[in-house]
Design a binder for this molecule. Sequence first.
Ligand code: HPA
Length: 272
Amino acid sequence: MADLIAQLNETTAFIRKQYPHEPVAGIVLGSGLGDFASQIEIEKELDYRDIPHFPTSTVEGHKGKLIFGKLSGKRVVAMAGRFHFYEGYSVEAITFPIRLMKFLGIKVLLLSNAAGGVNPAHKVGDLMIINDHISFGTLNPLIGKNIEQLGPRFPDMSEPYSKSLIAKAKAIANKQQIPVHEGVYFVVTGPTFETKAEYKMIHLLGADAVGMSTVQENIVAVHMGLPVFAISVITDLGIGHQETITHEEVLRAAKNAEPKLSILFKELIAEI
Ligand code: HPA
C-alpha cells in the first residue's frame, strides 16, 4: 500500500514534466458525455495507455484520455473515460486517477455519469444533482490498510457532495433556465441493468437514480478532503415507463443531454 503513494508520486512527476501547470478542478466525463471535452481549450492530452500506473479503459463510449487545458479561464484536468468495477478493475485502479488529480493540485472534483431514473418525476434526458448516495451495492475502496497520508481511517460521510457547490450549481441552473432534479444516487456493480424488482427496491430504499460508477471515486475524494460535485444524466427509467434498456440508448440520451451539462460545468468552474 505504501507503493500506492510511490506510484502516485511517480505519475505526478511524469505528468508535471509534460504539463507544468496546476489544474484547479478535476472533471470526470461519464458514458456518452465525452463531447464535453471539446469545450476545453486543450493544452496537453495524454492517452491513458501512455500514463504510468494508469489502467486502460475498455468500454465503448469512453475515449481513454487525460485532457489538460483551460475552461472558463481556469486550468482543469478532465478524464474522458473512467474505469468501472464491472470491467474487472480493482478499486485501487478505479480510484487511482482521482487520487492522482488531487496530487496534481485540484481543489474540487466534478463527476458526471449516466444513470437510470427511479424517481417517477424523472424523464429521459433530465439532469439530477447528486446530494447523497447509497453505496451498499459496491466495494468500498478504502477497505484495507488505511494510508494516513491520504486521509483518516474512518472518514465522515455527512456531506459527501459539497453543499456549497450544490447551491452554486442550482443558482446557475436557475439563471440558465436548465431544469435540474436533486437526489440520491444508488450504486450497483453492473454490468447488468437492474431487474424490475431491483429498480423498485432501489426506489423504496430512498434513491432517485442508479448507476455503475461515481461512488468509489467520491469516497476516495472525501477521504482526501476534496470537495465533490456530481451530476447524473437520466438516460433511462427504471420504474414504470420503460420495458427494456440498452447501452446504446444510454449513450444516445447522455449525448443529447450533454450541452446542458456543459453549461453547468463551465459556469461552475468559472465560480471556483
Ligand atoms: N442502471 C444502472 N446503471 C445505469 C443505468 C441503469 O438503469 N443507466 C445508465 N447507467
